[in-house]
Design a protein around this ligand. Sequence first.
Ligand SMILES: NC(=O)c1ccc[n+]([C@@H]2O[C@H](COP(=O)([O-])OP(=O)(O)OC[C@H]3O[C@@H](n4cnc5c(N)ncnc54)[C@H](OP(=O)(O)O)[C@@H]3O)[C@@H](O)[C@H]2O)c1
Length: 257
Amino acid sequence: MQSVLNALSPSSHKQPQNSNSNNMPPVPKRGLAFDFSGRSIIVTGGNRGIGRAITEACACAGARVAIIYRASKDAADVAKQISKENGVEVKAYQCDVSDAELVQKLQAITRDGSVYTVNVLGVFNAAQAAARLWVDSKYDGGSTVIVSSMSSQIINQVAQGKPLTQVFYNSSKAAVSSLVKGLAAEWAQYNIRVNAVCPGYVNTDQTSGMEKSVRDHQAGGVPLGRFAQPHEMAPQTLLLLSEHASYMTGQEYFVDG
Ligand SMILES: NC(=O)c1ccc[n+]([C@@H]2O[C@H](COP(=O)([O-])OP(=O)(O)OC[C@H]3O[C@@H](n4cnc5c(N)ncnc54)[C@H](OP(=O)(O)O)[C@@H]3O)[C@@H](O)[C@H]2O)c1
């Protein structure tokens, strides 16, 4: 079994903004050279946004997929649809990956516990649960991919010289990227690999509410001049899940245009 642990963030349910969808590359339908037949993959947050694109790519590569979501009403329908389209089993399971006891401890040390609760502790909880399963069942070759962010390394801006005020989000991503390195080192003895995919700006619910001036400024700072579509995060994730990545662990892979 393999696991994608898609780092999570509190989110709204607004529709993704498609203002610059004209120049977007289409979702490739063929040529994905990964065969995950007979594999089971867990995609946390796999019902929408980047996670949904990863679910679709894993299912397209033949894996059975378990989606973990928090509250979305349509998660079961999303799973059913992806299952039907790809002829593999896809099921949605509701689970808040946060842990109440850890949350309390965390809230004592930060004003904004919720971001850390989901992005760091939630990711750790999910990664640990998968690792425990692999070790207990003597499964050899587990792979966990955590969705961190380019914000693990940068300070995002709303305009030239004006930082986006989200220190807890960015530092939560720095924390989870560090967690990747630590877990990779600690779990290498079990042949479990742990890596991070670090997206740049992606068109999802998370970014749909941004002001146009901020979007334009941010897109203008990207060499490719645009936000990504969620499916553009999937190939790097599948590579890290696959045997082709057998010597890759403890790294951050930036998919940031
Ligand atoms: N969008 C970007 O520009 C961007 C850039 C860099 C990094 N990222 C990172 O990529 C990841 C996915 O982002 P996204 O934009 O795709 O997000 P999104 O569209 O807002 O989706 C978030 C997903 O996480 C799930 N979730 C949230 N809290 C949870 C919890 N406590 N327990 C279980 N599931 C939970 C949600 O489930 P429900 O649907 O049930 O709420 C949903 O499936 C996040 O870690 C984000 O920080 C995003």
